[in-house]
Every structure is written in structure tokens, then in C-alpha cells.
Ligand binder design. Structure first.
Ligand code: FAD
Length: 416
């Protein structure tokens, strides 16, 4: 079967891998000059099923209000004259109940753990290397309140069988010895040893190279303008380089997907939540993180990626602007420098910004649409690197008419 995958981020490229493995003739279309040049380029590098869960949680609306007035706040809200922004925010608040949180968390845990297993298998099958590590993630706390919240969170981890260990400050420093250089007083830590790390951009570009060798076409520098329909079928996609046609179409266009789906009558609440990252070269390996540290206080994640350190965070709800404003990345830089002051030269940090394709409830939209040959693979939000392989495999299963390995309840357009 001929399949067009729209979007060459980690989501589209991972999906192309499974489609090609199933013997399909796959073309991946993207407006950029290569794969993973938008949101999949500079993320925090965490493959973290243990942490996967919705941002819409009980207590979150109050926290958001507090952050609006704080310096170095993890969240920035820039209200716009955009009905979709307000609809998204209203839906987000509506999902902040204990009941909705529990349901959404369970859905995200299901896809995230499955996805990590798919990534491990893909790695074994292809031998792909992407500055990855299997050292887990250490969440660190600076206040007693943060630690108390972590103790409560361990009950949720237990309920999902996530291996974890609560640590005092000294134990946390044995997991990440370079924290000894930090001026921050830690109240404790939470270690999730089964989570992984890796450079999402490197993974995607290396996977794309392998796919090209297997006959997959990457049609880059091609902007999709419209999805063409006739009755209940898609007949092609209109691009700035002509119309492209296939038997099946997979939409993996992240935050841009709603604009192309709306004319078809498909309304998916995916909205961009901007984040920032900085990357430095490691100057002294012993003074850099070994794996990944999630600083609960700033919500910044600092990750070792080979001979680099990447720190990422901030949630800015401000529309579709992708500018990497160094001032707004300052809180990320500040958090990384505070935790690992001697890891490298922060004055030389490369700064990046990307748009998380977020759903207000958390889980992505996978699989079928009212159109018989159009499938969705969108809305992975802050967990797209974690969820890419599982999402791709599920969509490939649906294209082939196979039952996916996991229950798709709450992960599809029809069941939401
Ligand atoms: C600061 C930050 C930190 C993050 N940290 C993590 C993390 O640690 N772990 C994790 O799991 N996730 C993380 N994420 C989330 C993760 O990066 C995203 O969920 C993931 O990259 C989304 O992948 P995607 O393929 O859907 O989007 P993209 O990579 O943006 O891919 C979409 C593609 O569609 C193309 N496109 C869009 N519109 C068109 C059009 N009209 N025509 C042609 N092409 C088009 C774009 O060029 C792009 O290549 C983070 C995100 C940010 C911003």
C-alpha cells in the first residue's frame, strides 16, 4: 500500500519505520529541509514513561495563578485574541479534577510504557545510536512541601507498577554525584531507574537515514496547504510542489494539524505550548549529570546527552511563534547552572525553542478518523519523544487492520 506520512518529526518518522517494516511504500512529507527540525529538535531528551501524566491536575489552576506573578516561573500565559486558545484553556481547567486526572494519567501511562518497550525493541532491531543512556531520571526537591507531594505521588507510581525509590539528599547525590557542586539545599529525591535518555533529533535523523536505505522517501522542503477530500475519502494533499496521492494518509503535523483538519470537519484540541532549551558542551564529565535530573522546583530537566548537557523547561502559552528568545530561556539556564555550576561554559549555551503539541487533557489522538483512509498521530504534547515509537506502531497496526497491542480507550478521536 502507498502511505503518505505528513510530518517528519519524531512522531512521523517513527511511524514511517513501522509502516515500512510492514512492507508499505512510504513517503514522508515535511516543509523543513530535513527531519526533526521543529519540536523534535531540542527537547529535554527524556524517555520517561514513569513520569508520563497530564499537566491538567488537581491544584494546577491555583499554581498557574501563583506562577503568573513569580520570577523564573515555569509557566507564562500570553492571552491572545484567539478563540482556540481560550477554548483550550477552559478544557484544560475542566480536566483538573481528581477523576479526570486519574483517567488521563492511566491513558498516558498505557501508551508511554508500551512506547518505551517499542523503542527498546527498535534499538535492538536496528542498532541505532543516539547519545542514549539508561540511567533513569532523578527528580530532586528543594522544599519539604515538594517532598511531601512526592511521597503522595509514589502511591500513583505504585498503582502503575513504576519502579521508584524515595531518597534523602545524600542518597540523591550518590545517584548524581555532580549535585555536590550545587549551592541548592535538597530536601530529597525520587529516582525512577527505568526511564531513559537520548537525543530525539539524532534518533530521528539516524532513523530517517536507515529508512531511506530501505526505500522510504523523505520529500522535504514541501509545505502542505490542504488535505483534499471526496465523500468519505481523502484523494490527495495539496502542497506548494503539487498534489501528492496515496492509499492512506497519516497526519503527524503536531501543532499545525488542527488548521489542516478543520476544513474536513475534524476538530482536535491540539494547541502549542512553547518550551525552551539550552545546550552546552561538557567541560568536566565528573561535574555534569550522569543521566537526567528533573528539578521539581523550576520544572526544568537537565539531561546528559553524550558529551553535551541539555536543560529544558518553561510552558509558554502564547500562540505559534517559535522564536528562541534568550531572555525567556533564562530560567532554564539559571536552573541548570544552579544544579550543575561547573558542567560547562553556560555563556556559550545554544538556545532553542519549540512548540509542544498539547491536548488539554494530556493523551494524544491516534488512529482512525471519519475518513476511511485518514489517520491521526498527533497531540503527544510534552511526551512526544517518550510516546513516539508506541504511537507509530499503533498507527501502523491500524493501517494493516491488526489489533494494536494495547487498549486504545481514550486515545482516539472516537473514544474521547
Ligand atoms: C522544551 C521541550 C522539552 C521537551 N522535553 C521532552 C522530553 O524530555 N521527553 C519527551 O518525551 N518529550 C519532550 N518534549 C515533547 C516532544 O519534543 C514533542 O512531543 C515531539 O517532538 C513532537 O513531535 P512531532 O513529530 O509531533 O512534532 P514536530 O517535531 O514538530 O514534527 C511535526 C513536523 O510537521 C512539519 N509540518 C508542520 N506543518 C507542516 C505543513 N503545513 N507542511 C509540511 N510540514 C509541516 C514540521 O516541519 C515538523 O517537522 C519536549 C518539548 C519541548 C518543547
Amino acid at each position: 500500500m502507498k502511505v503518505l506520512v505528513l510530518g517528519a518529526g519524531v512522531i512521523g518518522t517513527a511511524c514511517a519505520y513501522y509502516l515500512s517494516r510492514d512492507g508499505h511504500e512510504v513517503t514522508v512529507v515535511d516543509r523543513q529541509s530535513g527531519p526533526a527540525l521543529e519540536t523534535s529538535f531540542g527537547n529535554a531528551g527524556g524517555v520517561c514513561p514513569g513520569f508520563a501524566g497530564p499537566w491538567a491536575a488537581p491544584g494546577m489552576p491555583l499554581k498557574v495563578v501563583r506562577w503568573l506573578f513569580a520570577q523564573h516561573a515555569p509557566l507564562m500565559l500570553r492571552p491572545r485574541l484567539d478563540l482556540r486558545q481560550w477554548q483550550w484553556l477552559a478544557a484544560f481547567v475542566a480536566n483538573c479534577t481528581a477523576e479526570r486526572f486519574a483517567a488521563n494519567k492511566a491513558r498516558m501511562q498505557r501508551i508511554a510504557h508500551y512506547s518505551k518497550a517499542c523503542l527498546v525493541q527498535l534499538r535492538a532491531d536496528t542498532g541505532i545510536a543516539y547519545d542514549h543512556g539508561t540511567g533513569g531520571v532523578l527528580q530532586v526537591f528543594q522544599t519539604e512541601d515538594e517532598l511531601a507531594a512526592a511521597v503522595r505521588a509514589t502511591k500513583v507510581l505504585q498503582s502503575f507498577n513504576v519502579t521508584h525509590r524515595l531518597l534523602d539528599a545524600a542518597e540523591a547525590r550518590t545517584i548524581e554525584p555532580a549535585l555536590a557542586q550545587s549551592s541548592v539545599t535538597l530536601s530529597g529525591g525520587l529516582h525512577l531507574p527505568d526511564d531513559e535518555t537520548g537525543d530525539c533529533h539524532l534518533f530521528t535523523t539516524r532513523l530517517a537515514e536507515l529508512l531511506r536505505e530501505r526505500g522510504v522517501t523523505f520529500q522535504t522542503n514541501t509545505t502542505i496547504r490542504a488535505i483534499l477530500r471526496e465523500g468519505d475519502g481523502i484523494t490527495g494533499i495539496a502542497t506548494d510542489r503539487g498534489v501528492l496521492q496515496a492509499d492512506r494518509y497519516v497526519v503527524a503535523l503536531a501543532s499545525e494539524a488542527p488548521m489542516l483538519l478543520r476544513p474536513l470537519g475534524i476538530d482536535v484540541p491540539v494547541y502549542p505550548v512553547k518550551g525552551y532549551s539550552i545546550t552546552i558542551d561538557v567541560a568536566d564529565s565528573d561535574r555534569a549529570p550522569r543521566s537526567s535530573v528533573m528539578d521539581e522546583h523550576s520544572k526544568v530537566m537537565v539531561t546528559r546527552l553524550g558529551n553535551r548537557v541539555r536543560a529544558a523547561g518553561v510552558a509558554e502559552i502564547s500562540g505559534y511563534d517559535r522564536t528562541a528568545d534568550r531572555n525567556k530561556a533564562a530560567s532554564v539556564l539559571h536552573a541548570a547552572r544552579t544544579l550543575f555550576p561547573d558542567a560547562g561554559d553556560y555563556a556559550q549555551a545554544a538556545c532553542w525553542a519549540g512548540l509542544r503539541p498539547m491536548t488539554p487533557d494530556g493523551p494524544p489522538y491516534l488512529g482512525t478518523t471519519p475518513f476511511r483512509n485518514l489517520l491521526l498521530n498527533i497531540g503527544q504534547g510534552s511526551n512526544g519523544w517518550t510516546q513516539a515509537c508506541g504511537s507509530g506502531r499503533i498507527v501502523a497496526d491500524i493501517v494493516d487492520g491488526r489489533a494494536p497491542d494495547i487498549d486504545l480507550g481514550g486515545l482516539t478521536l472516537a473514544q474521547r
